[in-house]
Design a protein around this ligand. Structure first.
Ligand code: DQA
Length: 143
């Protein structure tokens, strides 16, 4: 079973973003944590990072060929306003977990709105890189 992990915009510069929200780890370190957790759960994992909305939409659309058993997505700032990503998630056929490193409900007002939450299976927010690992656990439980 293979899981798709999508990191959205600005997550490529993790480690250089505000440490109080996003921690010290860079994306390679976070990806190693994801790989290791996936392995322990018996999953293969493909991890992609995109800064462009359309790339995220295209990758989500491509999952309709049933290559993946679950999707973990941190849509970054697109979370808060992308109807295109929401529509793409609405069309996928596998459990899709929204994750955030920071607690989006403890920050600015505009971050409390998630356009994608209503079409995701569930949301995990505020546990730093561990949010991704919890999302993998959730998929393991769901499938
Ligand atoms: C984020 C939260 C978003 O509000 C922000 O725009 C991000 C990262 C998080 O992981 O906490 O880029 O998705």
């Amino acid at each position: 079973m293979k899981i798709l992990v999508i990191h959205g915009p600005n997550l490529n510069i993790l480690g250089n973003r505000k440490k109080e929200y996003y921690g010290e780890k860079n994306i390679e370190e976070v990806n190693r944590m994801i790989q290791s957790k996936a392995k322990s759960l018996g999953f293969k994992v493909d991890i992609f990072q995109y800064n462009c909305e359309g790339d995220i939409v295209s990758k989500l659309n491509s999952t309709l060929d049933d290559e993946y058993s679950g999707i973990v997505i941190n849509a970054g700032a697109y979370t808060h306003y992308s109807i295109a990503i929401r529509d793409a998630i609405e069309s996928v056929r596998v459990p899709t977990i929204e994750v955030h490193l920071s607690n989006i409900y403890g920050r600015e007002e505009f971050r409390r709105i998630s356009m994608i939450a209503p079409v995701c299976t569930g949301q995990i927010t505020g546990f730093g890189p561990y949010s991704y690992l919890l999302a993998l656990e959730a998929i393991k439980y769901l499938i």
